[in-house]
Design a protein around this ligand. Structure first.
Ligand code: NAD
Length: 228
């Protein structure tokens, strides 16, 4: 069975009503990214950070996977598929994908601030100031903030190295190390890039650039790959 590695960014969830922040001029729902998605922001104002993610969680709960997420799940009928996403939402899982790696964490999980291995499913709950882990420290969102290490990156590199086909969907390719992953792909494999704004200067050998929205471009390519 051939292996497809799919690299996704905020753009695949845009049509589900979850805004990308680069499209909103660097603001994320009206907040400065440094205030709500960095260790400095957390040190300065925990309540603001927790409120921000509590609101985002509500928005994501009320959103639905779009035809882009759903088409990717279809690929599993014919291929081994690994989705490596920068997104913190759960729309790939709800769209039916069964092998999803969240490089930047997951909004429906919380973790300890003294022990990174203590991770909790939030279910219907939010996180408030005063909510503690088993070791008594404040809980924080299980999210990789700007300036923090990306613990899953090594595993992601190994997946990309094994790919027979790569798809890249809805990412501006400016957030590292995620943007560098594709460099680890074998040199002659097909790479499909689906985004209405394909970044300039990509020099992959077999690049097929599809300047379309995810809900249109992804089902189109999936159909082609299933037919092949
Ligand atoms: P980005 O905001 O930098 O770029 C978004 C990309 O999506 C752009 O290239 C844009 O052209 C494209 N896009 C917009 N509408 C699209 C559509 N309908 N179909 C396909 N593509 C579309 O996003 P990024 O590169 O993912 O990096 C931003 C960071 O922000 C990531 O680290 C991510 O964790 C975080 N983030 C996550 C979410 C989420 O979980 N849904 C939302 C916003 C930001």
């Amino acid at each position: 069975m051939q292996k497809i590695v799919v690299l996704t960014g905020a753009g695949i969830s845009a049509e589900s009503g979850i805004p990308t922040f680069r499209d909103a001029g660097g603001l994320w729902e009206g907040y400065r990214v440094e205030d709500v998605a960095s260790p400095e922001g957390w040190r300065k104002d925990r309540e603001l950070v927790l409120d921000f993610y509590n609101q985002r969680r509500k928005g994501i709960r009320n959103s639905q996977p779009n035809p882009g997420h759903i088409a990717l799940a279809e690929l599993e009928k014919k291929y081994e598929v690994v989705v490596i996403t920068q997104n913190i939402d759960d729309l790939h899982e709800r769209g039916g994908s069964t092998n999803v790696m969240h490089l930047h964490g997951e909004i429906f999980k919380a973790r300890s601030t003294v022990d990174e291995s203590l991770i909790y499913d939030l279910g219907e709950k939010d996180i408030q100031v005063g909510d503690k882990c088993a070791r008594g420290s404040q809980l924080r969102p299980h999210i990789v903030w700007f300036g923090e290490a990306v613990p899953m990156i090594e595993q992601a590199v190994l997946e990309v190295m094994e790919a027979d086909i790569v798809m890249i969907i809805g990412t501006s390719m400016v957030v590292y190390p995620a943007a560098g992953l594709v460099q680890y792909a074998k040199k002659d494999i097909p790479i499909y890039f689906i985004d209405p704004n394909i970044p300039n200067g990509l020099n992959y050998k077999n690049l097929a650039a599809i300047p379309k929205k995810a809900s249109e471009g992804v089902p189109e390519i999936v159909k082609k790959l299933i037919r092949e």
